[in-house]
Structures are given as C-alpha cells and as structure tokens.
Design a protein around this ligand. Structure first.
Ligand code: 5GP
Ligand code: ZN
Length: 111
C-alpha cells in the first residue's frame, strides 16, 4: 500500500529511527513517544488491524508477540514493559497498519 505510512517506513521510503528489522517485521521509535521508551513493532506486510488477521496469519502473529520481550530487553527494559494494540476507531487506532506499541523505561500511569 503505497499510501500507508507504515508500509513506507518498512520500505525505507520514509525515514524512521529503526531499532530492529528482519524479513517479516520492523520496529522503530514512535515519533511522539508517550514514555521514555516507545517503540512500534509492525509486520512488513500491510495488515490493517487485528480485525482482519486470518488463520494463515497465526504464525506471523505469534512471531510478532515473541519479538516483543526481545525488543524490550534490547531497549534496556529489564523490569518489564507495556504493550498496546489499538484496533479500529473505537480503539483509537490512527494508523491503519497493524502495530504493537511497546512502552517502558519510566513509571507508566495506571490503566
Ligand atoms: P495508533 O494510535 O494508530 O495506535 O498509533 C499510531 C502511532 O504512530 C502514534 O503513537 C504516532 O505517534 C505514531 N506515528 C504516526 N506517524 C508516525 C511516523 O511517521 N513515524 C513514526 N515513527 N511514528 C509515527
Ligand atoms: Zn501498511
């Protein structure tokens, strides 16, 4: 999707402060961090949101989840971290390309 900002970041067409990439995923720093560490983990493939994940995507989704603690560790979040996936307008999703927020590095507000 050439008009999707996260597809363009994954493709290197828009600069981002990338902290990780492999053949399936890219992680980069959020442009407007809500915590000392605020990363976004995305699949390279354009998947709009959790709503449209299919059975065939289960391995991808599992790999995405398993990447999170590794990214957290590499970001120095030894004490733990918070993950958030906003879905659809009711969930406050602003960018329609599946992404998981990874936050930490300071006391996070109660939830
Ligand atoms: P959402 O509200 O969709 O769950 O979160 C989208 C996130 O993407 C927001 O935290 C926002 O700051 C971040 N974001 C939006 N545009 C860009 C961008 O161009 N670059 C980076 N690094 N982050 C972005
Ligand atoms: Zn996209």
């Amino acid at each position: 999707m050439s008009d999707c900002i996260f597809c363009r970041i994954a493709a290197g067409e828009i600069p981002a402060d990338k902290v990780y990439e492999d053949e399936r995923f890219v992680a980069f720093r959020d442009i407007a961090p809500k915590a000392k560490v605020h990363l976004l983990l995305i699949p390279r493939r354009h998947i709009e949101s959790l709503e449209v994940l299919e059975t065939a995507d289960e391995a991808l989704a599992g790999a995405m989840l398993r990447l999170l603690p590794r990214l957290a560790r590499e970001a120095g979040l030894e004490e733990g971290f918070r993950t958030i996936i906003n879905t659809g307008p009711g969930g406050g999703q602003e960018v329609p390309h599946l992404h998981c927020h990874l936050l930490g590095g300071e006391d996070l507000p109660g939830f």
